[in-house]
Design a binder for this molecule. Structure first.
Ligand SMILES: CC(C)(COP(=O)(O)OP(=O)(O)OC[C@H]1O[C@@H](n2cnc3c(N)ncnc32)[C@H](O)[C@@H]1OP(=O)(O)O)[C@@H](O)C(=O)NCCC(=O)NCCS
Length: 185
Protein backbone atom coordinates (compact mmCIF):
# COMPACT_ATOMS: atom_id res chain seq x y z
CA UNK A 1 0.00 0.00 0.00
CA UNK A 2 1.13 3.52 -0.70
CA UNK A 3 0.74 6.00 2.15
CA UNK A 4 1.50 9.65 2.90
CA UNK A 5 5.08 10.78 3.48
CA UNK A 6 5.73 12.08 6.97
CA UNK A 7 8.56 14.30 8.20
CA UNK A 8 10.14 13.68 11.58
CA UNK A 9 12.36 16.13 13.45
CA UNK A 10 15.44 14.77 15.19
CA UNK A 11 16.75 16.05 18.52
CA UNK A 12 19.74 17.58 16.65
CA UNK A 13 17.41 19.62 14.41
CA UNK A 14 17.76 17.49 11.26
CA UNK A 15 14.68 16.24 9.42
CA UNK A 16 14.11 12.69 8.25
CA UNK A 17 11.23 11.40 6.19
CA UNK A 18 9.09 8.29 6.60
CA UNK A 19 7.82 7.19 3.21
CA UNK A 20 6.62 4.16 1.25
CA UNK A 21 9.21 2.24 -0.77
CA UNK A 22 9.52 3.02 -4.47
CA UNK A 23 10.81 0.67 -7.17
CA UNK A 24 13.72 3.07 -7.63
CA UNK A 25 14.88 2.09 -4.09
CA UNK A 26 15.68 -1.48 -5.20
CA UNK A 27 19.45 -1.22 -5.41
CA UNK A 28 19.76 0.91 -2.27
CA UNK A 29 17.54 -1.50 -0.34
CA UNK A 30 19.64 -4.53 -1.33
CA UNK A 31 22.76 -2.68 -0.07
CA UNK A 32 20.85 -1.70 3.06
CA UNK A 33 19.75 -5.28 3.77
CA UNK A 34 23.29 -6.57 3.21
CA UNK A 35 24.70 -3.98 5.62
CA UNK A 36 22.17 -4.46 8.44
CA UNK A 37 22.36 -8.25 8.10
CA UNK A 38 26.10 -8.01 8.77
CA UNK A 39 25.76 -5.52 11.63
CA UNK A 40 23.54 -7.51 13.96
CA UNK A 41 23.01 -11.17 14.89
CA UNK A 42 19.34 -10.40 15.53
CA UNK A 43 18.01 -10.63 11.95
CA UNK A 44 17.19 -13.84 10.08
CA UNK A 45 19.77 -13.57 7.30
CA UNK A 46 23.51 -13.73 7.12
CA UNK A 47 24.86 -10.93 4.91
CA UNK A 48 26.00 -13.48 2.28
CA UNK A 49 22.40 -14.66 2.00
CA UNK A 50 21.28 -11.34 0.53
CA UNK A 51 21.39 -12.61 -3.04
CA UNK A 52 18.33 -11.14 -4.74
CA UNK A 53 18.78 -9.26 -8.00
CA UNK A 54 17.67 -5.67 -8.57
CA UNK A 55 14.90 -7.01 -10.84
CA UNK A 56 13.64 -9.37 -8.07
CA UNK A 57 13.73 -6.55 -5.55
CA UNK A 58 11.83 -4.22 -7.89
CA UNK A 59 9.11 -6.85 -8.27
CA UNK A 60 8.92 -7.25 -4.49
CA UNK A 61 8.67 -3.49 -3.95
CA UNK A 62 6.00 -3.14 -6.62
CA UNK A 63 4.07 -5.95 -4.91
CA UNK A 64 4.28 -4.13 -1.57
CA UNK A 65 3.05 -0.87 -3.12
CA UNK A 66 0.09 -2.64 -4.74
CA UNK A 67 -0.83 -4.85 -1.78
CA UNK A 68 -3.98 -3.49 -0.07
CA UNK A 69 -2.98 -4.80 3.39
CA UNK A 70 0.81 -4.63 3.47
CA UNK A 71 3.23 -1.75 3.73
CA UNK A 72 6.96 -1.35 3.42
CA UNK A 73 8.28 1.90 4.85
CA UNK A 74 11.72 3.47 4.78
CA UNK A 75 13.20 6.25 6.88
CA UNK A 76 15.42 8.46 4.77
CA UNK A 77 17.88 11.07 5.95
CA UNK A 78 20.36 13.10 3.90
CA UNK A 79 19.34 11.07 0.82
CA UNK A 80 20.22 7.75 2.46
CA UNK A 81 17.94 4.94 3.60
CA UNK A 82 18.62 4.64 7.33
CA UNK A 83 16.02 2.01 8.12
CA UNK A 84 13.01 0.11 6.97
CA UNK A 85 10.03 -1.67 8.44
CA UNK A 86 7.07 -3.61 7.18
CA UNK A 87 3.59 -4.71 8.04
CA UNK A 88 2.90 -8.11 6.52
CA UNK A 89 -0.39 -9.93 6.13
CA UNK A 90 -0.82 -13.31 7.83
CA UNK A 91 -3.33 -14.22 5.11
CA UNK A 92 -6.81 -13.35 3.93
CA UNK A 93 -8.73 -16.22 5.56
CA UNK A 94 -11.49 -14.85 7.79
CA UNK A 95 -10.12 -16.55 10.94
CA UNK A 96 -6.68 -14.94 10.65
CA UNK A 97 -7.16 -11.74 8.66
CA UNK A 98 -7.21 -9.67 11.89
CA UNK A 99 -3.50 -10.46 12.43
CA UNK A 100 -0.41 -8.89 10.87
CA UNK A 101 3.32 -9.34 11.34
CA UNK A 102 5.93 -6.62 11.84
CA UNK A 103 9.66 -6.42 11.11
CA UNK A 104 12.13 -3.55 11.43
CA UNK A 105 15.85 -2.85 10.91
CA UNK A 106 17.90 0.33 11.16
CA UNK A 107 21.54 0.86 10.22
CA UNK A 108 23.64 0.79 13.39
CA UNK A 109 24.93 4.33 12.78
CA UNK A 110 21.35 5.58 13.24
CA UNK A 111 20.34 3.64 16.36
CA UNK A 112 19.09 5.63 19.34
CA UNK A 113 17.86 8.63 17.32
CA UNK A 114 14.20 7.71 17.67
CA UNK A 115 13.77 6.27 14.14
CA UNK A 116 12.56 2.92 15.50
CA UNK A 117 9.91 4.61 17.66
CA UNK A 118 8.77 6.96 14.89
CA UNK A 119 8.44 4.15 12.34
CA UNK A 120 6.55 1.94 14.75
CA UNK A 121 4.11 4.66 15.72
CA UNK A 122 3.33 5.42 12.08
CA UNK A 123 3.27 1.77 10.93
CA UNK A 124 0.88 0.70 13.69
CA UNK A 125 -1.53 3.55 12.97
CA UNK A 126 -1.51 2.46 9.30
CA UNK A 127 -2.03 -1.18 10.36
CA UNK A 128 -5.08 -0.18 12.43
CA UNK A 129 -6.38 1.78 9.44
CA UNK A 130 -6.03 -1.35 7.26
CA UNK A 131 -8.33 -3.18 9.66
CA UNK A 132 -5.79 -5.23 11.62
CA UNK A 133 -6.55 -5.89 15.29
CA UNK A 134 -3.16 -7.17 16.42
CA UNK A 135 0.51 -7.02 15.47
CA UNK A 136 2.79 -10.01 15.99
CA UNK A 137 6.56 -10.39 15.92
CA UNK A 138 9.43 -12.50 17.17
CA UNK A 139 12.48 -11.05 18.89
CA UNK A 140 15.74 -12.96 19.39
CA UNK A 141 16.77 -13.64 22.99
CA UNK A 142 19.38 -11.03 23.99
CA UNK A 143 18.05 -8.26 21.75
CA UNK A 144 17.28 -6.04 24.74
CA UNK A 145 17.14 -2.80 22.75
CA UNK A 146 14.35 -4.14 20.53
CA UNK A 147 12.53 -5.97 23.33
CA UNK A 148 12.43 -2.88 25.57
CA UNK A 149 11.15 -0.82 22.66
CA UNK A 150 8.42 -3.35 21.87
CA UNK A 151 7.35 -3.49 25.52
CA UNK A 152 7.16 0.30 25.57
CA UNK A 153 4.79 0.05 22.59
CA UNK A 154 2.52 -2.38 24.44
CA UNK A 155 3.75 -5.71 23.08
CA UNK A 156 3.52 -8.57 25.55
CA UNK A 157 5.47 -11.81 25.45
CA UNK A 158 3.25 -14.76 24.53
CA UNK A 159 5.70 -17.62 24.14
CA UNK A 160 9.14 -18.86 23.29
CA UNK A 161 10.26 -20.50 20.07
CA UNK A 162 12.94 -22.88 21.28
CA UNK A 163 16.20 -22.87 19.20
CA UNK A 164 14.58 -20.61 16.63
CA UNK A 165 17.88 -19.46 15.08
CA UNK A 166 20.94 -21.60 14.36
CA UNK A 167 24.17 -19.68 13.78
CA UNK A 168 27.15 -20.68 11.65
CA UNK A 169 29.20 -21.48 14.79
CA UNK A 170 26.64 -24.14 15.73
CA UNK A 171 25.01 -22.17 18.57
CA UNK A 172 21.25 -21.65 18.86
CA UNK A 173 19.07 -18.88 20.21
CA UNK A 174 15.44 -18.87 21.24
CA UNK A 175 13.01 -16.22 20.05
CA UNK A 176 10.32 -14.57 22.12
CA UNK A 177 6.95 -14.23 20.36
CA UNK A 178 5.20 -10.94 21.20
CA UNK A 179 1.75 -9.57 20.41
CA UNK A 180 0.35 -6.04 20.61
CA UNK A 181 -3.39 -5.41 20.41
CA UNK A 182 -4.26 -2.46 18.17
CA UNK A 183 -7.81 -2.43 19.40
CA UNK A 184 -8.87 -3.65 22.84
CA UNK A 185 -12.09 -5.69 22.65
C1 LIG B 1 15.77 -2.38 17.46
C2 LIG B 1 15.91 -1.12 16.61
C3 LIG B 1 14.89 -1.19 15.48
C4 LIG B 1 15.64 0.10 17.50
O1 LIG B 1 15.71 1.24 16.68
P1 LIG B 1 16.17 2.67 17.26
O2 LIG B 1 15.98 3.65 16.18
O3 LIG B 1 17.51 2.54 17.87
O4 LIG B 1 15.06 2.89 18.37
P2 LIG B 1 14.77 4.24 19.17
O5 LIG B 1 15.91 5.18 19.03
O6 LIG B 1 13.42 4.71 18.78
O7 LIG B 1 14.64 3.70 20.66
C5 LIG B 1 15.61 2.89 21.21
C6 LIG B 1 15.28 2.75 22.67
O8 LIG B 1 15.99 1.66 23.19
C7 LIG B 1 16.71 2.09 24.35
N1 LIG B 1 17.93 1.30 24.41
C8 LIG B 1 19.06 1.56 23.78
N2 LIG B 1 19.97 0.58 24.05
C9 LIG B 1 19.38 -0.29 24.87
C10 LIG B 1 19.76 -1.50 25.49
N3 LIG B 1 20.99 -2.03 25.32
N4 LIG B 1 18.88 -2.15 26.27
C11 LIG B 1 17.65 -1.66 26.45
N5 LIG B 1 17.20 -0.51 25.87
C12 LIG B 1 18.06 0.15 25.09
C13 LIG B 1 16.98 3.53 24.13
O9 LIG B 1 17.19 4.17 25.36
C14 LIG B 1 15.71 3.98 23.44
O10 LIG B 1 14.74 4.28 24.41
P3 LIG B 1 14.38 5.82 24.73
O11 LIG B 1 13.66 6.33 23.50
O12 LIG B 1 13.53 5.72 25.92
O13 LIG B 1 15.69 6.50 24.92
C15 LIG B 1 17.35 -1.00 16.04
O14 LIG B 1 18.25 -1.03 17.10
C16 LIG B 1 17.74 -2.08 15.03
O15 LIG B 1 17.45 -1.98 13.86
N6 LIG B 1 18.41 -3.13 15.52
C17 LIG B 1 18.92 -4.19 14.64
C18 LIG B 1 17.81 -4.98 13.97
C19 LIG B 1 16.83 -5.51 14.97
O16 LIG B 1 17.18 -5.94 16.05
N7 LIG B 1 15.55 -5.48 14.56
C20 LIG B 1 14.48 -5.97 15.38
C21 LIG B 1 14.33 -7.42 15.14
S1 LIG B 1 13.00 -8.09 16.14
Amino acid sequence: MVFERKDIKLKDGRTAVLRPVETGDAEALIDFLRQVSGETPFLLRNADEVTCTVADEKRLLEGKRNHPKEIMMVVEIDGQIAGNCGIVSRGSLRRICHRCGFAIAIREAYWGLGFGSAMMEYAFSLAAGMGYEQVELEVVEGNERAKKLYERFGFRPVGVIFRSLRYDDGSYRDECAMVKLLKEN
